[in-house]
Design a protein around this ligand. Sequence first.
Ligand SMILES: CSC[C@H]1O[C@H](OP(=O)(O)O)[C@H](O)[C@@H]1O
Ligand code: HPA
Length: 245
Amino acid sequence: MTLAIIGGTGLTTLEGLEITRREVVRTPFGEPSGPVIHGVLQGREVMFLARHGYAHTIPPHQINYRANIWAMRHLGVRKLIAVAAVGGISEEMEPARLAFPDQIIDYTYGRRHTFFEQDLTDVVHIDFTYPYDQALRDVLIAAAEEADLGAVPWGTYGATQGPRLETAAEVRRLARDGCHLVGMTGMPEAALAREAGLAYATCAVVANWAAGTGGRTVTMDEIEANLVQGMGRVRTLLARVVPRL
Ligand SMILES: CSC[C@H]1O[C@H](OP(=O)(O)O)[C@H](O)[C@@H]1O
Ligand code: HPA
């Protein structure tokens, strides 16, 4: 089963990946965020793509999610681990922690969010009751437990439009809706992966307390510092997970 990792904020390169080639993929939906990197990690072939581009220049609402997922499928990927920075809403979701969300609420708008458009296909309604692949989540959760990473094995990811961060009132609404985490890229990525038949799971990395929680505002300095720590945990996690998939 070919494995790929999509990295987000704080993960534009995959440390330890012995790169074998970079592949530019043309898709019917336009350009992916960059060339797909092929390499070997822990003795396994892995592909890597930086969601915001390798120089982190593409904001969340302008990512070509369809091209990224189509490219993965085209290259034979069957399992896709998404790494995503998030704000922590509920008290378990402390900065620098990892979490493996099990649900999503989509607050985004105006994004090209499906492969099944009238002019291309018949009307298709995918089942999305459980938006993440449970078998892939199980592997991530087990590896994080073994490595004693203190990760949270659940959570509802609220996907907001960005690129601005949320207001305090928006975060209160997200909390009332049942969101534990907030990020800007979880949708439509997860739904497109399901439409493409990929097993997809997210490793969320808490970058900050969400806006207004505990009366706080959000600074880029804290986000960067927490992501340095959190991405260290992601590397530990991937080193255990990759050989098992
Ligand atoms: C202030 S950082 C916000 C930025 O980080 C997250 O990106 P990703 O999910 O790709 O790691 C979030 O969704 C925003 O795009
Ligand atoms: O607080 C946040 N909100 C949305 N996206 C994010 N990505 C990191 N932190 C945040």
